[in-house]
Design a protein. Structure first.
Length: 456
């Protein structure tokens, strides 16, 4: 009983700390929109190239959401679909409350044209208030959550500080539930107002089964973890690896929206990777692929936190840098310092020209170059996006690092793969979880063709 009260007190304290940390999202590339703000559009733009056939109504709905607002004629032209088919399918989507018609706003350059019957022309947009979803990223320092409407607009956000040590699934779920309730209470909403939840965390996450065979956050394998989240929230919940979330954030809200094939490499507490093929996230056969951080770059090399040796992560991730920082900064650092604080100090020393500190970043950069070269060599993506909180340590992707990566890659006469650096704020992960929840919800709502909808 006393332990339970202590755990509740801890949660309460964490929530208060979360409130204090509520500011500071200015570096984020997306911002909350007022509920009546115009819909700008989100989601993959290449909605008609998915390899899996989808009902026509699904394709049309995705097109509207991706473009924010559009007319039936524009959709028909862009997708090569007859006016009659577009009209029938969109009528169904409107009667189901998923899309709505709005008058085309007049502009000084183009006064509103009128049809022969005098009816003002209309365009379609997603019925944003029809559903709400929550995206959540569970982290080792803090958890973040975003509340979004059906059009993908961010309505609210919340953060919850947490202890960085491994914990039981029960504690992790209790923290996630507390964060969700905190987010909803702030908006005067209850869980029943939410249609779907997306949750992301580090580790091997099987998206299909919801099992988490290994995670640096859990003290034991999280068997049927998704089902446990679902039961705690009382809501449909989807669970994925955090690198996949960041990739979804790029695909739905970032530079990947109009790209068919790209890779995202994340450098945080670990090294992750997400891959988009045909404008869709690729998860592998068992949902546990793309573990770039645990590909081996050295036989019998440095010890990785996964328990094996020679993983890329053991040379590039922050704990790997912090491990060496303690030696390089022996006169300053204390063993009780957090890895993040050590890393900050190491970075400051490198900036001051400390050779030992610089050599640590340079070595990490060379290993990163090796990892990126392998990605380019195997997948030949249009672009590799480097993202994550550690992008502030620019030594990791210095010009010589990228040059070394290109030198290691066999490209023949082809143009070398482009590397983009995105330094998103911490909410991007939760925004990616929103994309996962919106995608799953849309799939469920639109998978079954209506009576008049035809398969595309
Ligand atoms: Zn490993």
């Amino acid at each position: 009983m006393i332990r339970r009260i202590a755990a509740l007190l801890l949660l309460l304290m964490n929530l208060i700390q979360g409130d204090e940390a509520e500011v500071g999202a200015a570096d984020d590339q997306t911002h909350p929109a007022p509920r009546d703000a115009p819909v700008a559009g989100c989601g993959p733009l290449l909605t008609n190239i998915a390899p899996t056939p989808r009902p026509l109504r699904h394709i049309l709905f995705d097109f509207v959401r991706a473009h924010g607002r559009t007319t039936r004629a524009e959709m028909g032209r862009a997708l090569g679909i007859s006016a009659a088919s577009v009209s029938a399918a969109t009528s169904d989507l409107i009667s189901e409350g998923l899309l709505r018609e709005t008058p085309i706003p007049p502009t000084p350059e183009s006064p509103p044209p009128r049809s022969s019957r005098g009816r003002p022309p209309v365009e379609l947009q997603v019925a944003a208030e029809a559903h709400h979803v929550i995206g959540m990223k569970l982290g080792d320092q803090r958890h973040t959550a975003v509340l979004s409407d059906f059009a993908g607009r961010r309505i609210a956000e919340a953060r919850l500080a947490t202890r960085p040590n491994r914990k039981s699934a029960a504690i992790l779920i209790a923290e996630a539930r507390a964060l969700m309730d905190h987010l909803l209470t702030g908006q005067g909403m209850v869980r029943a107002d939410i249609s779907c939840v997306g949750v992301g965390m580090a580790g091997m996450v099987d998206f299909t089964t919801g099992d988490v065979p290994w995670s640096p956050m859990l003290d034991s394998p999280g068997t049927a973890l998704r089902a446990r989240f679902e039961s705690a929230f009382g809501l449909p919940t989807f669970l994925d690896n955090d690198a996949n979330l960041l990739t979804l954030a790029e695909l739905w809200f970032g530079g990947g929206r109009s790209k068919s094939d790209f890779a995202v490499v994340t450098i945080e507490h670990g090294v992750g990777m997400g891959l988009v093929l045909f404008n869709q996230l690729y998860r592998g056969a068992r949902g546990v692929g793309m573990e770039l951080g645990h590909t081996k770059v050295q036989l019998d090399g440095a010890l990785c936190r996964c328990g094996k040796r020679g993983c890329l992560e053991a040379y590039v991730a922050d704990y790997a840098l912090a491990r060496e920082a303690a030696t390089a900064l022996d006169q300053h650092a204390s063993l009780s310092e957090s890895p993040l604080a050590l890393l900050e100090e190491l970075f400051a020393e490198a900036r001051r020209g400390n050779e030992a500190a610089l050599s640590i970043f340079r070595r990490a950069g060379r290993y990163l170059a090796l990892g990126l070269s392998n990605v380019a060599q195997i997948f030949d993506p249009e672009v590799i996006i480097l993202a994550g909180g550690r992008m502030q340590y620019d030594y990791l992707y210095a010009q010589e690092v990228l040059a070394e990566m290109q030198a290691m890659t066999l490209t023949g006469a082809r143009t070398p793969v482009r590397i983009d650096i995105h330094a998103w704020g911490d909410l991007v992960w939760a925004q990616g979880a929103v994309a996962m929840a919106l995608g799953a919800l849309t799939e469920r709502l639109l998978a079954v063709p209506s009576i008049r909808g035809s398969a595309a």
